[in-house]
Design a protein around this ligand. Structure first.
Ligand code: PLP
Length: 814
């Protein structure tokens, strides 16, 4: 991409702080962390309800970025960079993308619908790539921000575009239409689920159809309700499995691991084999087949290519590797766009200094190989990759462009040489296109544990963080509690994300937890809630900040502080206002103040207390009493010592239920993980953790036969029993067994039958179409941790933190 600033300013209707903007832009960014930001970057400072990218401008200027599209010019930076002021930076990004799109003229497939957009896009890309230079949305970039970023990546050599569009409320599609301007439309489906953003189903249909206002053809499942809303001038091309009037008719026959679609089109019949058994995959295949029919592909080509379709994995996964390596698994695609995204993701993983990239040939960049690998080399240098392992004939040919390259012509050759490559203590990004079968490499590098994983959605954490931030006064500081291994979710990865979001403090329970974070390179201030006296020296060594809750603790800390000649070491004073757990009682304050007056060894960074029932919304008397006691007692300290420390008392439910008690800081805990005691608030939060396993074995038992220890389940009918390798030693309470709880298999409830064993449980899958090896969800969106907690009379905190450390945590970003 290369566009003059003059053209951009005109396209986005901006006012500039300079008289004459000159020069060209070759990169647009909205992400302050991207390593691709440089002096030819135009940075759009987006502002959302809960975040504002203007806070990153100063950092970006120091990294060499010169041009910014902003809502306002941060005062102290006025003469430090070129600012283009607009009313709305998102609208400006969209205007720019739609201007940029107008510079190109080739067929574009636009996809929308409730489900399957990304799969159809990825499959079409695979099916059509032998014949076109395709530009497509990376991952599931289909939002108001994702679509412009996708389109901006078009270059001169592309001759087909495939973009997806997703909307959540009315008024959004019109913007996406202007940016994508599809000539071929695909409507995957219209879900019946109630969406918050639409008043009713017809409203939703009308809004989605706006994407297709200028198409030559619209491909969809034949559906009278939808068709009633399609303008007569738009030509449609439909498929159906029950309506013979559709242009293409099919019937599906399911076998153990594949299906056959018997298709009739213009009086001709043909058969397609797809390697899937479910309905959704058949429907997604049909959309692709109709697109190919419309594009005049021969039936032979369609049949051959469709039989090669594959499951789509859109997420970058972080996995634990052998020899203390960290893996980033992106083994399903290798195009230039997604390489950039993956390298930026790698950048944010700071566990290891050493970084390795394993990369296959890159296809369909729209560039000559010479130019493509020169650009790849540039990316690799700017991301400080320590070694590059090239796999494939083409990339091997260009390896001279990389620093420290190792090359192999095939994945097999790499596997043969695996031991000599000595992978250890490094972060490894594995990025290859499908035909290279890099999943074989991942499985060599991955540490083998059992099949149960707790998947942590990092996007959901950001969302929840921003949700709570939006409830705070802008001046209120934010401490996030990552004690107990981040409420069971993994402390380091979460702390790293929080550091990016510029929170003010981290809180942990014990010194060890803080030391782990320091070792992993987290440099945010960290408060230790329950510092044991024996840990004071290591607390000081790692610059952790202890909470002091008793005179005994204070004196012990001062003794060590004196030995180490400390000056004004930051500590936190905890007051007891009714929790009766830790803290100074009111009558101890005079003595505390007397000791503190005499010393310069420590300085009071903050004063805190803890609420005992901030989740009680019925009776707020006790909590309000705690709040006013805290206000009074903390003031006694600050006034006697003439200091002005941070005061804080609220935890997650305190933030929601006692907005007047924010003082100078709040301590967010469980809310970050998507759990709230308020049903309305829960709806606004996103689920963070999904605990998954697989079916180890299926068996059918007859009426009267029993299941498990002490034969607690007895079959009333012929029952299909699924055994799942997760038990109470993994943290699944036995109270959740014997019909109380359930797991989800293929989106259906399978009641847990019999007692939960140490390492396994059994579920009733009689009604469910499933196979050994299929995925089982223990908790996540359904059942939620909150629902489980209610059913077994405990609290979500206990469920989350009980998940044993032998369950592998896998972090991902959408
Ligand atoms: C755990 C903890 C919090 C966070 O509580 P949540 O209810 O998870 O938000 C806050 N303060 C203290 C002292 C804690 O121990």
């Amino acid at each position: 991409m290369s566009v003059t600033l003059q053209n951009i300013i005109t396209a986005i209707h901006a006012k500039a702080n300079i008289d004459n903007a000159s020069g060209v832009i070759d990169n647009v960014s909205i992400d302050s962390r991207s390593q691709q930001n440089n002096n030819k970057t135009l940075f759009f400072a987006l502002v959302g309800p809960n975040h504002d990218a203007h806070i990153y401008i100063e950092d970006l200027i120091s990294k060499g970025v010169k041009n910014f599209v902003v809502n306002y010019i941060p005062e102290i930076l006025n003469d430090k960079a070129n600012f283009y002021v607009v009313d709305n930076t998102l609208a400006a990004l969209q205007d720019f993308a739609s201007y940029y799109r107008s510079l190109f003229d080739f067929p574009v497939i636009g996809i929308t619908g409730s489900n399957g957009k990304t799969i159809v896009k990825e499959w079409l890309n695979f099916l059509l790539s032998p014949d076109f230079n395709i530009i497509r949305s990376p991952k599931s970039y289909n939002s108001q921000v994702g679509v412009p970023l996708s389109v901006i990546a078009i270059n001169e050599n592309h001759n087909l575009g495939i973009f997806e569009a997703g909307i959540s409320t009315s008024g959004e599609m019109i913007h996406l239409q202007k940016i994508i301007r599809p000539s071929i439309g695909i409507l995957t489906n219209i879900g019946t689920a109630h969406d918050e953003g639409f008043s009713d189903i017809s409203h939703k249909i009308k809004e989605k159809l706006k994407l297709f206002s200028g198409v030559d053809i619209l491909i969809l499942n034949k559906n009278k309700t939808v068709e009633a809303f399609i303008k007569p001038e738009i030509k449609i091309f439909t498929w159906s499995t029950n309506d013979r009037t559709a242009d293409v008719f099919y019937q599906k026959h399911t076998f153990e691991d594949h299906s056959i679609l018997n298709i009739t089109y213009r009086e001709k019949s043909f058969q397609v084999r797809i390697p899937f058994t479910d309905e959704a995959s058949a429907e997604n295949s049909m959309h692709c087949i109709l697109a190919m029919l419309y594009m005049k592909y021969s039936l032979e080509t369609i049949v051959a290519r469709v039989s090669e379709l594959f499951p789509v994995e859109m997420r970058l996964k972080i996995k634990t590797g052998i020899n203390n390596c960290t893996l980033i698994d992106d083994s399903y695609s290798s195009d230039f766009q997604s390489l950039k995204i993956a390298l930026d993701f790698l950048e944010n993983q700071k566990q290891h200094k050493k970084r390795t990239l394993i990369l296959s040939d890159i296809f369909q960049s729209g560039l000559s190989n010479e130019e493509l690998y020169a650009r790849v080399s540039h990316l690799i240098v700017s991301h400080k990759i320590s070694r590059v392992i090239c796999i494939g004939e083409v990339i091997s040919h260009f390896k001279y462009k990389f620093l420290n390259p190792v090359s192999f012509v095939s994945t097999e050759e790499f596997i043969a040489a695996f031991d000599s490559l000595e992978f250890a203590n490094e972060t490894i990004l594995i990025k290859g296109s499908r035909q290279f079968e890099f999943e074989k490499i991942v499985s060599l590098l991955e540490e083998k544990t059992h099949e149960t994983v707790l998947e942590i959605n990092l996007n959901a954490i950001s969302h929840n963080l921003n949700f709570f931030k939006s409830k705070l006064d802008p001046k209120t500081k934010l401490m996030v509690m990552v004690k107990a291994f981040g409420y069971g979710s993994g402390s380091y990865e979460i702390a790293r994300l929080l550091a990016h979001h510029k929170i003010d403090y981290l809180g942990v329970a014990f010194a060890d937890e803080g030391i782990e974070l320091r070792k992993a390179g987290i440099d945010l201030p960290i408060m230790v809630l329950n510092p044991e006296m024996t840990s004071f020296p290591s607390i000081i060594q790692h610059y952790l900040e202890p909470e002091i809750y008793s005179l005994r603790g204070l004196k012990a800390f001062l003794k060590i502080a004196a030995e180490k000649n400390l000056d004004q070491y930051p500590v936190h004073i905890k007051i007891n206002t009714g929790m009766n757990r830790l803290g100074f009682d009111a009558e101890m304050l005079p003595e505390l103040i007397a000791v503190l007056k005499e010393t310069k060894l420590v300085s009071i960074k903050s004063i805190l207390s803890h609420l005992a029932e901030s989740d009680n919304q019925e009776d707020k008397t006790f909590t309000n009493q705690q709040i006013s006691d805290f206000d009074r007692l903390s003031k006694t300290i600050t006034e006697s010592l003439k200091i002005n420390p941070i005061r804080h008392i609220s935890n997650s439910s305190g933030i929601s239920n006692f907005p007047h008690a924010q003082f100078d800081m709040v301590r967010l805990g469980i809310g970050l993980y998507g759990v709230s005691n308020d049903a309305e608030e829960t709806k606004m939060l996103e689920n963070v953790g999904t605990l998954k396993s697989v079916i180890s074995q299926l068996r059918s038992i007859d009426p009267g036969e029993t299941v498990g220890y002490n034969r607690r389940f007895s079959a009333k009918r012929k029952t299909k029993v699924a055994t799942v390798p997760i038990g109470y030693a993994d943290g699944i309470s036995r109270l959740w067994g014997n019909g109380v709880g359930y797991v989800m298999i293929n989106n259906q409830k399978a009641p847990i039958i019999g007692s939960i064993c140490m390492d396994m449980l059994m579920a009733d899958a009689t009604e469910i179409n499933c196979f050994e090896g299929n995925e089982v969800i223990i908790f996540g969106k359904d059942p939620t941790v909150t629902a489980i907690a209610e059913a077994i009379h405990t609290i979500p905190y206990e469920i989350l933190t009980s998940i044993s450390s032998r369950v592998k945590r896998v972090f991902y970003r959408e």
